[in-house]
Design a protein around this ligand. Structure first.
Ligand code: PLP
Length: 381
């Protein structure tokens, strides 16, 4: 192994929070001999239903599988338009494109990285059948006005809550979790998310018929019955979460409160340091009533700064960074016909100037100091 060139070691962008408990739970699941469709998946689902305050939560094999199942359960297909944020991880759009629907891109507010009622209104058409609002990087999207807009037009409101497990929004009866506002909501348990099952996802809904359809489609479209014991009533898929993953997820769920508190504390530490040292950086919105859960801490560099150069300097100083999410209008899969940057000023500014800094509960104050001083150095301050 080559020696680590950075004094103090590399500060990683992300590291999952894992311990002995996950290893033990995984070993127990393996020893049980039942690797799929057993009690651990159901227990994981029940725990998530309780945490989120939602009647139905179906565990699936990834966040992308969750979104694909949402597209299928809503019977979306050719001729249907689905509004998605221009600035996101492309799975948000891919799942809907895969069923033959057309993703229609809405700009985002550069301070929140989320769509707004105005950016969505601007791209609605008589063919719009669904809006997929992402809670980008763990900051709740404006769910109430977006849902009202959808309800008024008979459009399905879907939440892409891949980054937002545990995020909540103030409501009259007390805070309400992201993932309870849409007709369907989709979560991811990829290692970059707050908790992880290595790969994994979840679909939540208050609608029992949609939940039943999701469960059918994730499991080959089969139900008990008929002369062979099973009837295949729909062309289904295998998007099941395994017992091994659910065992890990149950332990991870127990850590969620601590993980979110640590991420928030570290993010506030970044804010303090950056406001003092680099006041011209754009910092993420963190509104009262819909606080950020900081799945990612994304700053916006000042206009004209060479981001690739900054990232290279950070790497040299042993600090990992990334560009955050992607502008779909710049990606060949979603840019037909190429609209250029003009309709997407918010997304384009994030796409050009966004910079995700290291954030995970394994970091300490000294790491924050090192990241911020490396960033200041890279910016020539
Ligand atoms: C907003 C968003 N949606 C969907 C996904 C897809 O989730 P997964 O990686 O679990 O398939 C991701 C993951 O990166 C994401 O960030």
């Amino acid at each position: 192994m080559s020696p680590d060139p950075a004094p103090g070691g590399v500060i990683h962008l992300h590291r999952p929070t894992l311990g002995e408990e996950e290893a033990r739970a995984i070993a127990e699941a393996l020893e049980s001999g039942q690797l799929v469709q057993g009690p651990r998946v159901r227990a994981f689902e029940a725990a998530l239903e309780g945490l989120l305050g939602v009647p139905h939560a179906a565990a699936v094999s990834s966040g992308t599988a969750a979104l694909h199942l949402a597209a299928l359960a809503l019977d979306l297909g050719p001729g249907d338009e689905v509004v998605v944020p221009d600035y996101t991880f492309p799975a948000t759009a891919a799942a809907f494109a895969r069923v033959g629907a057309s993703p229609v891109l809405a700009d985002v507010d550069p301070d929140t990285a989320n769509v707004t009622p105005a950016t969505v209104e601007a791209v609605l058409s008589p063919r719009t059948r669904a809006l997929v609002a992402v809670h980008q990087f763990g900051l709740p999207a404006p769910v109430e006005p977006l849902r009202a807009l959808c309800d008024a037009r008979g459009i399905a409101f879907v939440e892409d809550a891949a980054c937002a497990l545990g995020a909540e929004v103030a409501a009259p009866g007390g805070p309400r979790r992201c993932g309870t506002f849409g007709r369907l909501a989709c979560f991811s348990f990829h290692p970059r998310k707050a908790i992880t099952t290595a790969e994994g996802g979840l679909v939540t809904t208050a609608d029992p018929a949609l939940d039943a359809r999701i469960r059918l489609l994730r499991n080959h479209g089969m139900t008990p019955g008929g002369p062979t014991g099973f009837v295949f009533v729909e062309a289904g898929l295998n998007y099941r979460l395994t017992e091994v993953q659910a065992a890990m997820g149950l332990v991870q769920l127990g850590r969620l409160g601590g993980i979110l508190a640590a991420r928030r504390r570290l993010s506030l530490g970044y804010r303090e340091r950056l406001e003092a040292l680099l006041p011209d950086l754009g910092l993420p919105a963190d509104p009262e009533g819909a606080p950020h859960t900081y799945q990612t801490f994304l700053v916006r560099l000042p206009p004209g700064v060479d981001r690739a150069g900054v990232m290279a300097d950070l790497r040299e100083a042993g600090v990992e960074s990334s560009v955050g999410a992607h502008c779909l209008h710049r990606q060949p899969a979603y840019s037909r016909p190429d609209p250029g940057d003009a309709p997407f000023p918010g997304a384009s500014s994030l796409g050009d100037r966004g910079l995700a800094l290291p954030l995970h509960p394994g970091l300490g104050d000294a790491d924050l100091d090192r990241v911020v001083s490396a960033l200041a150095g890279a910016l020539g301050r």
